[in-house]
Design a protein. Structure first.
Ligand SMILES: Nc1nc2c(c(=O)[nH]1)N[C@H]1C(S)=C(S)[C@@H](COP(=O)(O)OP(=O)(O)OC[C@H]3O[C@@H](n4cnc5c(=O)[nH]c(N)nc54)[C@H](O)[C@@H]3O)O[C@H]1N2
Ligand SMILES: Nc1nc2c(c(=O)[nH]1)N[C@H]1C(S)=C(S)[C@@H](COP(=O)(O)OP(=O)(O)OC[C@H]3O[C@@H](n4cnc5c(=O)[nH]c(N)nc54)[C@H](O)[C@@H]3O)O[C@H]1N2
Ligand code: SF4
Ligand SMILES: [Mo]
Length: 683
C-alpha cells in the first residue's frame, strides 16, 4: 500500500467508466469520484467503494497445474507454467488453438494478446466475451455508420427533452448514467423518460412511461413508429437527402403493415406508442440508450438498426436534436473493440479481411507479409462445439468465466472438461472455469496494475495501481510477454505499459478511434469528440449513413411456455468472483430467484418463496419465486450464480450477422416443485 497517497484511477466494473480517486491510508482505501474528469464528473456508485474492502479475498497465489483434470492441482513455478503453455502452443497445429479474452482486460493487455495471436501466431481463433455483449452493436454501428463507435455522449443527458431507454436497465447496470438521468429529471421535470422493456424494472419504475412490450417485438415496434412518423410527414427529409442512403428501401418495407395491428401484436397500447411518435415527430432533443435487451437476440442487429433508423429518419445525430448512444457493458469492452480483439478485428478498428489493414499491422509488428490470416476465426460458441468434437485442443481463457456465462451450460462444461483439451485460465481468483483447468495463472487485479480503458462515450482514461497484489501474481501483460518470448517471438520486451500504449496508439493514427496524439501519463481524452459524426460525414465509403430495412421476425405467441429473460443483479458483478466477498454487495443477492407476475403465479398456485422448477429441452433448474411486474408470460432470472447456472436453460443460438448469443429469450415451462399437476396453460 502507498500510505497516505491519492491515486487517480478508473472503476473496474461497468462501461460507464467512472474516474476515481483512491485515498490510501493505514485504515485502508477510500474510493471517491474524480471531479476533474470531464466524462463522469466525480460521480460513482457503491460497487467500487465497497469492493476496495475485499481486494485481497480468496486470491490465487501461485500457478497451479495438473496434467489430468480429474486430479488435484499442484503448485508449480512460473518458469514451468510458461514453458507448459509455450510447449502446448508449439506442439499443436495452429488451427487447434483458441484464445478467449475479456472486455475487463486493459487496452494494453488486449493489444498484446492481439499482436501475439493474430500477428505472431498468424491465427484468428480468438474471441472475447464481447461476443456475448457488444458484438451486435459493433455490427449495427458498422452497417449504419460505416465503423464501430457509439455516436453520442453522456452530456446529452443534461439537456435532453426526452430519454428513450430500450432494453437497458441503467438503474442497476449503469448507475451513474441513471443518476445523471434522474438529476436531469429533477431539475427539469418536463423531461420525458420512456422505458421500452418487457420487465417493469427499477428504471421503468422511475420513468414517465413504461412500454412493456413482448420480448422480441422491438423490430415490429420500431418499424411501426417509423412508418407512422413518415405518414405524418415528420421525417427530416433534408437530413435524409443530404446525409443518408437507403431510406426509400426502408420506408417501402414498413408502410404496408397497419399501425394498430403492429402495436397490438407487440402487446402494447396505441396511446403509449403515440407518445413515442409525438416525441420523434417533434423538434425535441432525444437521447436513445440501449444495451443487452437489443443486443442479445437472434435478431439483435435488426433491433439495433431499427432503433437507429428512428434517429436517422428524424435527423437526430447531434447536439441539437440528440443521438443514439449504445451503452457498453464492461469497463473496457470499448478498448478491446478498438484493439480488434473479436475474431475478425485488428487494431484501430481494422479487419483481418482487408489486405491494407493486414499490411499496416504486419509492418508495424515487423512481420513478413501475409502473416495475418485473411479470414475471421471462429467465434467462441463455435469453438465450444469444436472442443466437444476434439477439433480444438488448447484453450487459453483470460479475465472471463465462460463456464457460467456462455449459453448452454452443460455443453460448455462438457467442452471444458474434455480430457483432450489443455485448458489454461488466467484469473485473480479460482473461478468456476479455473477450477476445471489444467493450468491456472494467478494475476494481479484492479488496483494492482496499470494501463488504459475506454468508456461507453469513447472517453479514455488511465488506471493506476494503489496496492500490491500477492507476491506470485503477475500482470496479464507480463504473462503474455513471457509466453511470447518463450515462443521465440521478438517485440515483447516492453519496459512498461506506457511503451505498449505508445506502440498501439500509432495503429490508431488517422483511424476513427485516433488517439495517436495522446500522452500516456495524462490520458484523459474522448476520441472522435462529443459527436462522432457532427459534420454529417459518416465512415461509409460514400460518407453517407445507411438505412437498412428491418426484417421483423417477431416469434409467434406460444401459450405453452414462458419467455425466460436473463440479466443482472443490482449489486453483484456477473459471476460474482470478487463481489461475493463483500457483504454489503452480497446482501439480498445471496440467492438467485425467478421473477414472475403475481397473477400468473396465483393462477398456477405458486406463492412467493415457493421453489419453481423451470425446464426446457436443455435441462431443469430450481429457483425460489419472487413476484414482480412483467409483460404477460415473461419470467426473469439473474445469471452468474454458480450453483444454479441459469445458462443451463439458455440455448446456443445467435444472431446471423453478429453471432452474438440470444441470451434473453429461452423458452421454458414452470411448475412448483413436488406438485405433479403443474398448471401451465393460462389465458
Ligand atoms: N450491477 C451490475 N452492473 C452491470 C453488470 C453486472 O454484472 N452487474 N454488467 C455490465 C455488463 S457487462 C453489461 S453488458 C451491462 C448490461 O446492462 P443491461 O443491458 O441494462 O442489463 P440486462 O439485465 O442484461 O438487460 C437489460 C434489460 O433488457 C431487457 N430486455 C430483455 N428482452 C428484451 C426485449 O426483447 N426487448 C427490449 N426492449 N428489452 C428487453 C431486460 O428485461 C432487462 O431489463 O451491465 C453492466 N453493468
Ligand atoms: N444468461 C446470460 N448470460 C450472460 C449474459 C446475460 O445477460 N445472460 N450477459 C453476457 C455478458 S453481456 C457478459 S459481458 C458476460 C460476462 O461474463 P464473464 O466475463 O465470463 O463474467 P465475469 O464474472 O465478469 O468474469 C470475469 C473473470 O475475470 C476475473 N478477473 C478479474 N480481474 C481480472 C484481471 O485483472 N485479470 C484477469 N486475468 N482476470 C481477472 C474474475 O475473477 C472473473 O473470473 O456474460 C454474458 N453471459
Ligand atoms: S457506475 Fe459503473 S463505472 Fe461508475 S462507479 Fe458504478 S460500476 Fe463503476
Ligand atoms: Mo456485457
Amino acid at each position: 500500500m502507498k500510505a497516505n497517497s491519492t491515486v487517480l484511477t478508473g472503476c473496474p466494473f461497468c462501461g460507464t467508466g467512472c474516474a476515481l480517486n483512491v485515498e490510501c491510508s493505514e485504515n485502508g482505501y477510500k474510493v471517491k469520484g474524480d471531479k476533474t474528469n470531464p466524462s463522469t464528473q466525480g460521480d460513482l456508485c457503491f460497487k467500487p467503494i465497497q469492493m476496495a474492502k475485499a481486494l485481497d479475498a480468496h486470491r490465487l497465489t501461485s500457478p497451479l497445474y495438473r496434467k489430468d483434470k480429474t486430479k488435484p492441482f499442484e503448485e508449480i513455478s512460473w518458469e514451468e507454467a510458461i514453458t507448459l503453455i509455450a510447449q502446448n502452443i508449439s506442439d499443436l497445429p495452429r488451427e487447434e488453438l483458441y484464445f478467449y479474452l475479456s472486455g475487463q482486460l486493459l487496452t494494453e493487455e488486449s493489444y498484446l494478446f492481439t499482436k501475439l495471436i493474430k500477428g505472431h501466431l498468424g491465427i484468428n481463433n480468438v474471441d472475447a466475451n464481447s461476443r456475448l455483449c457488444m458484438a451486435t452493436a459493433v455490427v449495427a454501428h458498422k452497417m449504419a455508420f460505416g465503423s464501430d463507435g457509439p455516436v453520442g455522449n453522456y452530456s446529452d443527458i443534461d439537456d435532453a427533452d426526452a430519454i428513450v431507454i430500450s432494453g437497458s436497465n441503467p438503474a442497476w447496470a449503469h448507475p451513474v448514467i441513471f443518476r445523471r438521468i434522474m438529476a436531469r429529471k429533477k431539475a427539469h421535470p418536463e423531461t420525458k423518460i420512456i422505458v421500452i422493456d418487457p420487465i417493469y424494472t427499477e428504471t421503468a419504475e422511475k420513468s414517465d412511461l413504461w412500454i412493456g412490450l413482448c420480448s422480441g417485438s422491438d423490430t415490429t415496434l420500431y418499424n411501426a413508429l417509423l412508418a407512422e412518423i413518415y405518414r405524418r410527414g415528420r421525417c427530416d427529409t433534408a437530413f435524409i437527402d443530404r446525409a443518408t442512403e437507403g431510406f426509400e428501401d426502408v420506408i417501402n418495407t414498413v408502410l404496408d403493415v397497419p399501425f394498430a395491428q403492429s402495436i397490438t401484436s407487440c402487446g402494447l397500447l396505441i396511446e403509449d406508442a403515440e407518445v413515442l411518435i409525438e416525441l420523434f415527430a417533434s423538434q425535441k432533443k432525444i437521447l436513445g440508450l440501449w444495451c443487452q435487451g437489443l443486443n442479445q437476440a437472434v435478431d439483435g442487429v435488426m433491433r439495433n438498426l431499427g432503433f437507429i433508423n428512428l434517429f436517422l429518419a428524424t435527423g437526430r445525430i447531434n447536439a441539437l436534436k440528440g443521438s443514439p448512444l449504445s451503452l457498453t457493458g464492461q469497463p473496457n469492452a470499448m478498448g478491446g473493440r478498438e484493439v480488434g480483439y473479436l475474431s475478425n478485428g485488428l487494431p484501430g478498428y481494422r479487419d483481418v479481411r482487408n489486405l491494407q489493414d493486414r499490411t499496416v499491422c504486419e509492418d508495424h509488428w515487423n512481420l513478413p507479409k501475409n502473416t495475418i490470416f485473411p479470414m475471421p476465426g471462429i467465434t467462441i460458441t463455435d469453438a465450444i462445439d469444436a472442443i466437444v468434437n476434439n477439433e480444438i485442443k488448447f484453450l487459453w481463457v483470460a479475465c472471463t468465466n465462460p463456464l457460467l456465462t456462455l449459453p448452454d451450460f452443460n455443453k460448455t462444461q462438457r467442452a471444458l472438461k474434455n480430457s483432450n483439451l489443455f485448458l489454461v485460465v488466467q484469473d485473480c481468483v479460482l473461478s468456476e472455469t479455473a477450477s476445471l483447468a489444467n493450468l491456472v495463472l494467478p494475476t494481479l487485479s484492479w488496483g494492482e496494475k496499470e494501463g488504459s480503458m475506454t468508456n461507453s462515450e469513447r472517453f479514455i482514461k488511465r488506471v493506476r495501481p494503489f496496492k500490491s497484489g500477492p507476491d506470485e501474481a503477475k500482470s496479464d501483460s507480463v504473462i503474455i510477454c513471457n509466453v511470447a518470448q518463450k515462443l521465440g517471438f521478438k517485440g515483447f520486451d516492453y519496459s512498461d505499459s506506457k511503451a505498449i500504449f505508445n506502440e498501439y496508439k500509432e495503429l490508431t493514427k488517422t483511424r476513427l478511434c485516433d488517439q495517436s496524439t495522446q500522452e500516456y501519463e495524462s490520458l484523459s481524452y474522448q476520441w472522435g469528440g462529443k459527436y462522432l459524426y457532427a459534420d454529417e460525414y459518416f465512415a461509409t465509403p460514400t460518407g453517407k449513413a445507411q438505412f437498412h430495412p428491418i426484417i421483423s421476425s417477431f416469434p409467434s405467441p406460444d401459450t405453452n411456455t414462458f419467455v425466460l429473460i436473463t440479466g443482472r443483479t443490482k449489486k453483484q458483478w456477473h459471476t460474482m468472483t470478487r463481489t461475493q466477498h463483500v457483504p454489503e454487495l452480497l446482501r439480498a443477492e445471496e440467492h438467485p430467484y425467478l421473477l414472475m407476475n403475481s397473477e400468473e403465479g396465483a393462477k398456477m398456485g405458486i406463492q412467493e418463496g415457493d421453489i419453481a422448477v423451470i425446464s426446457n429441452h436443455l435441462g431443469d433448474l430450481e429457483l425460489p419465486v419472487r413476484f414482480g411486474k412483467l409483460a404477460p408470460r415473461h419470467l426473469f432470472a439473474p445469471f452468474g450464480y454458480g450453483k444454479t447456472p441459469i445458462n443451463t436453460l439458455v440455448p446456443a443460438i445467435s444472431d446471423p450477422f453478429s453471432f452474438q448469443s440470444a441470451l434473453k429469450s429461452a423458452r421454458v415451462t414452470v411448475r412448483i416443485k413436488n406438485k405433479m399437476a403443474a398448471i401451465l396453460l393460462m389465458h
